[in-house]
Each structure stands twice: as C-alpha cells, then as structure tokens.
Design a protein around this ligand. Sequence first.
Ligand code: SF4
Length: 86
Amino acid sequence: MATYIIQYERKGCIGAGVCAAVNPDNFVMNKDGKADLMGSELKDSNTMVFEKEMDESQLANAKMAAEGCPVNVIHIINKETGEKII
Ligand code: SF4
C-alpha cells in the first residue's frame, strides 16, 4: 500500500473549516480559528508548514479536504514517487 504525505501550510489558513468537516480524522479546528493537522510535525517554522504521513486508505478523504480548501494550503504528495497529487 502506498504512503502519502499530507502537507499543510497553516499560515495561509483562513479558517473556512472545510477540511475539518470533510476529513475529521486529519483536521480539527483550533481555538485560534485555524485548522490543525492532527499528529503532524512542523517542517518549516517560517511558513508554518506541517506534514504527516498516511496510507492509501485515507487518501480519498484527505483529497476532499485539499480540494475543498478555498486557499489551497493543503497538498498531498506520493512519498515513494514524490508526485504532488494536489
Ligand atoms: S479548508 Fe483550508 S482554509 Fe479552511 S480551515 Fe481548512 S486549511 Fe484552513
């Protein structure tokens, strides 16, 4: 089963809440009005980029979050090939 990386640029989040609504396994709204990618690691403190690995079983829901985000701050990358899916 392929492994994917969810990449989330928290700085750009406008708090629309779509991600938490369609993919509550990965995203939750924080009190500061922005989403949190649960269980993720901070990769870049300037841009507030967080990353988390997931397997293929989570891909469909994570894709819905990424596609639904109005400011495109959620991305999905195939860990093996490096292909950016969204
Ligand atoms: S959908 Fe995008 S803008 Fe809305 S809360 Fe999630 S990350 Fe933030």
